[in-house]
Design a protein around this ligand. Structure first.
Ligand SMILES: C[S@@+](CC[C@H](N)C(=O)[O-])C[C@H]1O[C@@H](n2cnc3c(N)ncnc32)[C@H](O)[C@@H]1O
Length: 358
C-alpha cells in the first residue's frame, strides 16, 4: 500500500519504513559520514566528541586531525594526529553520549537509565510520560526503548533546559525523533484532560505527526488498526497512551506532588517510576505512592556499579567509583477503584507516628 511521505514522493510501505528507520538510526552504522558524531579516544583514555564536517579539523595539544581523514573510514579505525598521537575513532554509545553531551540539569547516569528501562519495563511501542526532561539524557534512553511506534511525552519547566534537551536528543538521533513530544511547561497536576488536549495531532490527522506517517511505523502496524487503511487510525487507536500511559517516569524535585496525576494518567498495571537524589525525597515519594491507595506496594532501591581493574594477575576492584547518583522507586497502578491488598507485615514500631509521616 503506497503512502505519501511528507515531502511528496509516493513510496511503497517498505521504502517508506526503510527511509524512516534509516533516518533515526543514520548515525549508528556504516562508514563515518559527514554529520556523524565520532568519539576520539587518546592513549590515556580521554574522549573527545566531534561532529564530522568536510573541510573542518579537530585541534588538540597533540596535533590536528582533519575530519576528511575520518569521513569514509569504518568505525573502529585509528587515526593519527599531526603530532603523531593515535586516536581510536568510534561512534559514541548512548552511555558515552549522555555523559559527554552539553548539560543544563544533571543527567541520569547510564547505570540508572538502564535500571529505569529494565525495571520500569519500557518496551517498544509504549506510551511514556516523562518529567522533567532536564538535559534530555533520559529522554534519549526512553525514546530508544519505545522506538518509533511508541511515544514519549516529556515536560520541562525551564525553557533553557528544554532547549538543551532538544539539541541533545536531536543530535543523538540525527534529527527530530518522531516519537517525542516536548512540552516546555510544568507537568500539570490536572494531567489527563490537559494532556489529552495537547496531545491531539492537529485535526486528528496521523500524517501530521512530526516525522511522517504513522501508517508507516515499522512493525508497529499503527496503520493496520482494524477498520481502516494505513493512516486512517484514530489517535486513540494509534496511541494507546490516549487511553492512558503505560509508564510514567519522574525525575524532578518533588515527584510526590504528582502521584495523583501519575495515577490518573496510567493504565491499570502501568508503572510509575521515580528517580530521586536524597533519602528524604525517597521516603516522601514512597509514602505518597502508598498513601494514594491506587498503587501496589512500591519498591525502592539504588544501584552501585563498581568497575574492575583486570591486568594479568592484578585483578581487583577499581579504587574509585561513583558512590551515589540517586534512588529509584517503582509502583504498579491498580485497577480503577481497587485498593492494594493489605500488607501482612506490620510497620516497624515507631516507623509511622500516626497519620502521614510528612
Ligand atoms: C534532574 S533534572 C532531569 C534530568 C533528566 N532526567 C536528564 O536525564 O537529563 C530535573 C528537571 O526537572 C525539571 N522540573 C522540576 N519540576 C518540574 C515540574 N513540575 N514540571 C516540569 N519540569 C520540572 C527541572 O527544571 C529539571 O530540569
Amino acid at each position: 500500500m503506497p503512502s505519501l511521505a511528507p515531502d511528496g514522493p509516493c513510496l511503497t510501505r517498505h521504502q517508506s519504513v526503510t527511509a524512516r528507520v534509516a533516518r533515526v538510526t543514520r548515525q549508528r552504522r556504516g562508514p563515518f559520514a559527514a554529520g556523524d558524531q565520532a568519539q576520539l579516544t587518546d592513549p590515556k583514555g580521554r574522549r573527545h566528541l566531534v561532529v564530522l564536517q568536510p573541510g573542518r579539523s579537530f585541534h588538540t595539544h597533540r596535533g590536528v586531525i582533519a575530519h576528511d581523514d575520518l569521513i569514509g573510514l569504518p568505525e573502529g579505525s585509528v587515526v593519527t594526529s599531526s603530532g603523531g598521537t593515535q586516536y581510536l575513532a568510534l561512534r559514541p554509545l548512548l552511555a558515552d553520549y549522555t555523559l559527554s553531551m552539553g548539560r543544563g540539569a544533571a543527567v541520569v547516569y547510564p547505570k540508572d537509565a538502564a535500571q529505569i528501562v529494565a525495571m520500569a519495563d519500557i518496551f517498544p511501542g509504549a506510551a511514556v510520560l516523562e518529567a522533567g526532561a532536564g538535559s534530555g539524557a533520559l529522554s534519549c534512553w526512553l525514546l530508544r526503548a519505545v522506538g518509533e511506534a511508541g511515544v514519549v511525552v516529556s515536560f520541562e519547566r525551564r525553557a533553557d533546559f528544554a532547549d538543551i534537551a532538544r539539541q541533545n536528543v536531536t543530535r543523538f538521533f540525527g534529527g527530530p525523533h518522531p516519537a517525542w513530544r516536548l512540552h516546555v511547561r510544568d507537568l500539570p497536576t490536572d494531567l489527563p484532560a490537559d494532556l489529552l488536549g495537547d496531545w491531539d495531532v492537529p485535526g486528528g490527522q496521523l500524517g501530521d505527526v512530526p516525522g511522517g506517517q504513522l501508517g508507516d511505523v515499522p512493525g508497529g502496524q499503527l496503520g493496520d488498526v482494524p477498520g481502516g487503511p494505513p493512516g486512517s487510525a484514530t489517535p486513540q487507536e494509534a496511541y494507546p497512551g490516549k487511553e492512558g500511559f503505560d509508564r510514567v517516569v519522574l525525575d524532578m524535585l518533588a515527584p510526590w506532588e504528582h502521584v495523583a496525576s501519575a495515577a490518573d494518567a496510567l493504565i491499570p498495571g502501568g508503572v510509575a517510576c521515580c528517580y530521586v537524589a536524597t533519602v528524604t525525597q525517597l521516603s516522601r515519594t514512597v509514602e505518597a505512592l502508598r498513601g494514594h491507595g491506587g498503587f501496589a506496594e512500591p519498591s525502592a532501591w539504588e544501584s552501585l556499579v563498581r568497575g574492575w581493574h583486570v591486568d594479568g594477575l592484578a585483578v581487583r576492584p577499581e579504587h574509585r567509583m561513583v558512590g551515589h547518583t540517586g534512588f529509584l522507586v517503582t509502583a504498579r497502578r491498580m485497577a480503577a477503584g481497587v485498593s492494594p491488598p493489605l500488607l501482612r507485615r506490620r510497620p516497624a514500631k515507631g516507623a509511622i507516628d500516626g497519620g502521614d509521616p510528612w
